[in-house]
Design a protein around this ligand. Structure first.
Ligand code: 2PG
Ligand code: MG
Length: 435
C-alpha cells in the first residue's frame, strides 16, 4: 500500500439545511436517511446501514424501543438530529471532516455515540464528506484519496454467495462463504465473474436442495450444516462457470463470525463441540483442502487466547501469514483495538465498517493505523443495507484493494459493485487488484 502527498487544499463547506427521515433497510427495518442542502443549493443524502452480528464494542445505534418494528424504530434519533445535530451543522462553516466529526463527538459526549446514536452520526459524517468532495469539485473517491494521501485502487470484490450464521435460517454455523476473483484483470471482469459463478451456484443449489432461498446478504441459504459441504459447492460452481478455484484466480474467503458459534470459555460448536486447539486444527484442514485466501473472525471477539493460538498456527517463520486473517468484531474499526491486536499477533488484516466506529474521520484513522502497522484492510457493508454507495468510493479512495458487499445480486448489494464499475469507466487506467 503506497501513499502520496495530498496536493489539493480542502475547500470549506456550509450546510444551510439538514434533516432526516426513516427509510426501510434491506431487511425491512427502519434506518436513517439524512438530507442536507449546501449554500449553492446542492442537495446531498446519506443513509446508515445496520449489522445483525454486531461486535460488543461497536458504536451504538439509537433505537426507539417499544413494540413497533421490534423496538427498532429511529424516531428518537431523528428528533435528536433535528434538535441538536442540525443546529450544530448548519450554524457555521466547516473546514475539514475532522472538525465536523470532532464537533459531533463533543456534542454527543458519550463513548460510542450512545446519546445521539451512531446511526445518526455516521449518516451526517458521510453527508459532510460528500459536501467536502462537492466543494472541491472532485468525485468522492478522489477527494478521499487526496485527503487521506492514499493512491486510488479498484478493489477485489468478495462476493458472499452462501449465507449461514446470523444471516440465514439454515443450520450452517459459518456466516459467510465468499468468492474473490483475484485473478481478474479489471473490476468489470471481477464483477461479471462473481455474477456468473453465482448463477451456476443457484442452479446447483436448486437442483440439490429444491430451493434457492436467500440469506440477508443475497447469498443462497440452502439447508446444509457442514461448512465443508458449502465449500465443495463453491468449488464446483467455480469450475462449472469455467474458472479455476485457486488463490491466484477465483479464491474463497470465509467469515465464520465465531461470536455466533462460541459457547464461551474457549469452546465452540461447529457441528461437534471444539476446543480452541481443535478449532485451529479445523481451520488448518480447511486451508489444506480449499483455496481460501481470507479468514475473518475465526475466533470470538472476547477470546484473546483463541486469536493468539490461531496467530501462532498461521504465521510462517518468516513472519508472513498462511491466510489473510481479518479482525471484524474483534477490532470494530477502532484504531486502538487494531493496534493492541497487532501487538498481540492476532491478525494481519482489519475489516473496515464506518458505522462500527461512528464517523468517516475515525474510519480514515483505522485505515491509516492498519497501513502503519503493515496490516491489510477490507472495506465492508453491513447485513442490513441501503442503496447508499459510500463504501465503494471509500475503498477506492483509501486504496486498500478489498471490499465485501454481499452477493452479486439484490439492489442494495449491487449498488456498490455497480458504483465500482462506474468509477472504472470514469477513470480508465486505474489499477484493479489487491494492495
Ligand atoms: C460481518 C457483517 C457484514 P453484520 O459480520 O462481517 O457481512 O455482518 O453487518 O451483520 O455485522
Ligand atoms: Mg464479519
Amino acid at each position: 500500500m503506497s501513499t502520496s502527498t495530498p496536493t489539493t487544499a480542502i475547500e470549506p463547506i456550509s450546510v444551510t439545511e439538514l434533516g432526516a427521515r426513516s427509510i426501510l433497510d434491506s431487511r425491512g427495518f427502519p434506518t436513517l436517511e439524512v438530507r442536507g442542502t449546501l449554500a449553492d443549493g446542492t442537495e446531498l443524502r446519506a443513509a446508515a446501514p445496520a449489522g445483525a452480528s454486531t461486535g460488543e464494542h461497536e458504536a451504538v445505534e439509537l433505537r426507539d424501543g417499544g413494540s413497533a418494528f421490534s423496538g427498532r424504530g429511529v424516531n428518537v434519533a431523528i428528533t435528536r438530529l433535528d434538535d441538536e445535530i442540525a443546529p450544530l451543522i448548519t450554524g457555521r462553516r466547516w473546514s475539514s471532516i475532522d472538525e465536523v466529526d470532532g464537533a459531533l463527538a463533543e456534542l454527543d459526549g458519550t463513548s460510542g455515540y450512545r446519546r445521539l446514536g451512531a446511526n445518526a452520526v455516521v449518516a451526517v459524517s458521510i453527508l459532510a464528506t460528500r459536501a467536502f468532495a462537492h466543494a472541491a469539485g472532485q468525485p468522492l473517491h478522489t477527494w478521499i484519496s487526496t485527503t487521506t494521501g492514499a493512491d486510488e485502487l479498484l478493489p477485489v470484490p468478495h462476493f458472499n454467495v452462501l449465507n449461514g450464521g446470523a444471516h440465514a435460517a439454515n443450520a450452517l454455523d459459518f456466516q459467510e462463504f465468499m468468492i474473490a476473483p483475484v485473478g481478474a484483470a479489471t473490476e468489470r471482469e471481477a464483477v461479471d465473474t462473481g455474477a456468473e459463478v453465482y448463477h451456476v451456484l443457484r442452479a446447483l443449489v436448486a437442483d440439490r436442495f429444491g430451493t434457492a432461498g436467500l440469506g440477508d446478504e443475497g447469498g443462497f441459504a440452502p439447508p446444509l450444516a457442514d461448512p465443508r459441504e458449502a465449500l465443495d459447492l463453491l468449488v464446483e460452481a467455480i469450475v462449472e462457470a469455467g474458472r479455476r478455484p485457486g488463490t491466484d484466480d477465483v479464491a474463497i474467503a470465509l467469515d465464520p463470525a465465531a461470536n455466533g458459534f462460541s459457547l464461551g470459555d474457549g469452546r465452540y460448536r461447529v457441528g461437534d463441540e471444539l476446543s480452541r486447539d481443535q478449532l485451529v486444527d479445523y481451520y488448518l484442514t480447511l486451508l489444506d483442502d480449499y483455496p481460501i485466501r481470507s479468514l475473518e473472525d475465526g475466533f470470538a471477539e472476547d477470546d484473546g487466547d483463541g486469536w493468539t493460538a490461531m496467530g501462532e498456527a498461521l504465521r510462517r517463520p518468516d513472519g508472513s501469514w498462511r491466510v489473510q486473517t481479518v479482525g471484524d468484531d474483534l477490532y470494530v474499526t477502532d484504531p486502538a483495538r487494531i493496534r493492541a491486536g497487532a501487538e498481540k499477533g492476532w491478525s494481519d488484516a482489519v475489516l473496515i465498517k464506518p458505522n462500527q466506529i461512528g464517523t468517516v474521520s475515525q474510519t480514515f484513522a483505522a485505515v491509516a493505523t492498519a497501513r502503519e502497522l503493515g496490516m491489510a484492510a477490507m472495506v465492508s457493508h453491513r447485513s442490513g443495507e441501503t442503496v447508499d454507495t459510500f463504501i465503494a468510493d471509500l475503498v477506492v479512495g483509501t486504496g486498500v484493494g478489498q471490499i465485501k458487499s454481499g452477493a452479486p445480486a439484490r439492489g442494495e448489494r449491487v449498488a456498490k459493485y455497480n458504483r465500482l464499475t462506474e468509477i472504472e469507466l470514469d477513470r480508465p487506467g486505474l489499477r484493479y487488484g489487491l494492495a
